[in-house]
Design a protein around this ligand. Structure first.
Ligand code: IMP
Ligand code: MG
Length: 180
């Protein structure tokens, strides 16, 4: 594997905690939530979603929570194919107000596909929430309704995000620097 280091912290645990709390309030203020279903895209969203929904009760939100697995990346940093749903969520979304949660919005392919998939399952509304957004990388038109942080075009890890399966456990977001 290419040599790299992850010494540069881009977003600290404290900055993450403060912003995630705000995002929960934005979601509560921002749309229909009577029949709320939060759907996380695995694997990258697992820490972000877990922290986000901890603020929901406080904001009067009572969601059902499920996950779906979408895959498009191989072992490197470049997409190897179109994203596909490899494990669907299993709750009934007919008439639901869905908030789909992902770790990062990059080319936009994953989120665009996820929204279409959830609409096809009968959701009444689908809103999108991502922790990170790399707007300069967009390939398909796709904007998230709720964005934690917009970042420049760096490959990042931590707080759920991986490089080749590693570093998801870091409590901060770190920049990956390739050294050769
Ligand atoms: P998109 O379909 O290109 O928008 O890519 C979204 C998916 O690519 C995310 O859910 C991540 O799994 C992965 N991804 C994109 N950029 C990064 C990154 O900087 N670090 C780790 N994963 C990334
Ligand atoms: Mg992902």
């Amino acid at each position: 594997m290419t040599a790299y280091h992850i010494n540069d912290i881009l977003i600290t645990p404290m900055e993450l905690a403060l912003r995630v709390d705000e995002l929960a309030r934005e979601i509560a203020a921002g749309g229909p939530s009577e029949n709320l279903a939060v759907i996380g895209i695995l694997r990258g969203s697992f820490i972000f979603l877990a922290d986000l929904v901890r603020w929901f009760d406080h904001n009067g939100l009572r969601p059902r929570i499920d996950f779906m697995i979408m895959e498009s990346y191989g072992k490197g940093t470049a997409p190897v194919r179109e994203p596909v749903v490899t494990r669907d969520c299993s709750i009934d979304l007919t008439g639901a107000d869905v908030v789909v949660v992902d770790d990062i919005l990059d080319t936009g392919r994953t989120l665009q596909k996820a929204v279409a998939h959830l609409q096809a399952k009968g959701a009444r509304s689908v809103r999108t929430c991502v922790l990170l957004d790399k707007p300069s990388r967009r390939v398909v038109p796709c904007q998230a309704d709720y964005v934690g942080f917009a970042i420049d075009d760096h490959f990042v890890v931590g707080y759920g995000l991986d490089y080749a399966g590693y570093h998801r456990e870091l409590p901060h977001i770190a920049k990956v620097t390739f050294t050769e």
